[in-house]
Design a protein around this ligand. Sequence first.
Ligand code: ATP
Ligand code: MG
Length: 351
Amino acid sequence: MKRVILTGDRPTGKLHLGHYVGSLKERVRLQNEGNYDEMYIMIADAQALTDNYGNVQKVKDNIIEVALDYIASGLDPNKVTIFIQSEISELTEFTFYYMNLVTLARLKRNPTVKEELKQKSFANDIQVGFLTYPISQAADITAFNATIVPVGDDQLPMIEQTREIVRSFNNLYGETLLEPKAVLSDNEACQRLPGIDGKAKMSKSLGNCIYLSDEPEEIRKKVMSMYTDPNHLRVEDPGNVKNNPVFIYLEAFCKDEHFVKYLPEYKNLDELKAHYKRGGLGDVKVKKFLNNILQEVLEPVRNKRKELEQNKEKIMEILFKGSDKARKVANENLKRLKKAMGIEYRNYCNN
Ligand code: ATP
Ligand code: MG
């Protein structure tokens, strides 16, 4: 069986540290290991429109921003296919047929969708498009026969929904589709990076992000303003490292060599945590350490991004070339899907 990887991001803003550790880093690792046949990275503009249909310009403007973030982070268009979702009209056709396989009750049970609805205060008036976006994600994955999907943990319900659709389809129309698997980072802190405000998830919609393109001073300011343990008022107070985003970010980013370089009085994160827990270690010192690490991680990405920004036409060319390739694959698979369903009327009289 071919090893096909697919992931994507909504062009609702620039990419942030949550994307980086939750999915982007994993994609670059998989790309560089090279143990795959095809890898697709989708800029999910059509999905972004399900809750931004009134602000098409925002979605449009962010397509290039996301593409810049991808390539600056190490995705190589010569090795992976980067494409724009709405360029592949076949995907809406897949979605339409899959809609028959999912009940309204099932869609409403999706915990990520529930959470997002609460956040967006849609109240009782939910657009059908938004509610059905998990079905369109099943289309995105299966249209490319993808079986490996590197994501953050908020996407697990979507992958489960896709697996259910695949099983229903295969039961009804015969073995046609493959069940995908989510690939999470093995570092738990990376699976759902919290926001700088301490909210459970760093998310473009919540405005609690450190962006890959942030300038050094912005990064510093954001880190120094980060939410920590609210009960750790004085340096000598014992502190809590659980649910403390500063320590969660350190879990996600810090390596032992960072201690040698920036904080040599500790050997590793365990020692730093132990000191914080027993008291006597101030937040400012820990934040300064985190800032040094994040500056080191983000500097090369930001510099590469600035270089790429000089030639936006070239970036758009990459996206169109990727979209042309993706369309061919989705079209072939759509033919297979319709054949399995028995809706290929051109041969009607021969069957
Ligand atoms: P939006 O608020 O518009 O939904 P988002 O910040 O949630 O934006 P998406 O484009 O929905 O970003 O997510 C793209 C990918 O990045 C998904 O695989 C998602 O799981 C992952 N991801 C997003 N935020 C985080 C995070 N804070 N931690 C880990 N992974 C994340
Ligand atoms: Mg999201």
